[in-house]
Design a protein around this ligand. Structure first.
Ligand SMILES: *Cc1c(COP(=O)(O)O)cnc(C)c1O
Length: 441
């Protein structure tokens, strides 16, 4: 790691742990940017088709998805009371409308990880079952829940490293299919997530170190076992495509909600970012669906700004927050990542409008404010996007020709990434911390 980045003005700013907003100077048109991702619309459509093939199985294995016929999707809702709260807190109105994408309430694992994690396990299951002659494309995929298939899956191993939510998703779906699954959990993972996994028969290995170490250890163990499939949160194209499906589906959802998106009605999406696969994949899908009419921002804790650091210096995964003296300690579980995915940072380098950081204190304030104003309860990470609408600078808006009369038609969509399965006691502690943060002001 060269010392020269320490003189980068933005790096200096990150080191102060103050909230920072960075607008991407390399942002290109959707058409040009999409050419550099290395994945296509066709790939995302294939992922969508695969999820449809699995829908009968999902509906049967997870009865809470039966009403949606086994399609794992979350609602979008307007949050006008929260919009008023933000305007009052900041003494500045947010032009347009504020909406929330409730991935926090996705079935099975209550977080955005129900997209990528589950999709990758299903992709793997389809592949190995097909190779073993247990499945054809035309079959009803519920056959995979039969005793014969479960016996087959029991001989197959799956491993993953996680800060919690990815492990929860992959652990639950893998165990449901019968796989022998091990989740390597970093120190910041919550106890209740470990307990929930163990209750599903998942092996949980705990580490005293952070996410990077848990992933490295999981990878190493899997490498020594040819029958073990390692799910690589840092590099997986499959996970990325599972997330991207959300972007394509959002078009119909917003239409149904009566929100127009076009050049005169821009869409701004604010995505909490950990290693980058979730927000990167969703943003990829959004760019495919809305082109230049969507503007995507990544949100990170001030103590874990790995994507902002990697993208703004162009060093991507060659730099970690520890290299600039930042500790990667945050209450935002899913976001406690010190080194961003090199694949996502490079793939999305021309498609992301910007990144910003916010303090844990701010996330807690927003958590309490959302619970009070809208009666919606999220985990701290999931509030990172809520600071986004107030970060759009006059300079940024004018550079993109986003004048006041256009912004009056804007939809600001905050991607709520988790919280739906947080136990009540834990949620009460989050709310208490949030109210304390609000009182401190
Ligand atoms: C994992 C996670 C994210 C971010 O996803 P990455 O793929 O790690 O960038 C955001 N919020 C929550 C709650 C998460 O669990």
């Amino acid at each position: 790691m060269s010392d020269s980045i320490l003189h980068h003005p933005l790096v200096r700013q990150l080191q102060t742990l103050e909230a920072v907003t960075w607008f991407n100077p390399d942002l290109d048109s959707a058409q040009e940017g999409l050419k550099k991702v290395g994945l296509t619309r066709h790939d995302v459509q294939e992922a969508e088709a695969r999820l449809k093939r699995f829908a009968p199985l999902i509906a049967r294995a997870f009865p809470e998805t039966a009403a949606a016929k086994g399609i794992i999707e979350s609602p979008v809702v307007a949050i006008p009371a929260m919009q008023r709260w933000l305007a009052a807190a900041d003494k500045r109105a947010i032009p347009g409308e504020l909406w929330l994408k409730k991935d926090s309430h996705l079935p099975i694992s209550g977080s955005i990880k129900a997209r990528g994690g589950i999709y990758e396990v299903l992709t793997h299951a389809e592949k190995v079952a097909t190779e073993a002659g247990l499945l054809t494309r035309e079959a009803d995929y519920s056959v995979l829940l039969s005793a014969r298939c479960r016996d087959f899956f029991r001989q197959q191993r799956i491993a993953v490293g996680s800060t919690g939510n990815l492990g929860l998703s992959i652990g639950i779906i893998s165990a449901t299919l019968g796989f022998d699954v091990t989740v390597h959990m970093s120190a910041d993972a919550r106890q209740w997530k470990k307990e929930k996994l163990r209750s599903h028969g998942v092996k949980v290995v705990e580490y005293a170190e952070d996410y990077g170490v848990a992933v490295a250890q999981g990878r190493r163990e899997a490498e020594s076992d040819p029958h073990c499939f390692f799910i690589d949160d840092e590099n997986s194209r499959t996970l990325f495509l599972g997330y991207a499906v959300a972007g394509l589906r959002l078009r119909a959802q917003l239409q149904e909600a009566g929100r127009t998106v076009d050049a005169a009605h821009p869409l701004f999406v604010y995505l909490p970012c950990g290693v980058g696969g979730g927000p990167g994949g969703v943003a990829f899908g959004l760019k495919l669906a809305f082109g230049d009419d969507v503007h995507c921002f990544f949100a990170e804790p001030t103590h874990s700004p790995c994507m902002l650091l990697g993208m703004s210096t162009g060093l991507h995964d060659a730099v970690a927050v520890a290299d600039i003296g930042i500790d990667n300690k945050t209450a935002a579980d899913g976001l406690a990542v010190g080194r961003a995915s090199g694949f996502v940072g490079r793939a999305m380098a021309q498609l992301i409008d910007g990144c910003y950081t916010l303090s844990d204190e701010t996330m807690y304030q927003l958590l309490a404010a959302l619970a009070e104003s809208e009666n919606i309860r999220l985990e701290p990470s999931a509030l990172a996007g809520m600071a986004g609408p107030q970060r759009l600078s006059a300079d940024y808006l004018s550079r993109h020709g986003l004048e006041a009369k256009i912004m009056a038609n804007a939809t600001h969509l905050v991607w709520a990434t988790g919280g739906g399965m947080v136990p009540e006691e834990e949620m009460q502690a989050y709310l208490a911390e949030g109210r304390r943060a609000l009182q401190k002001g």
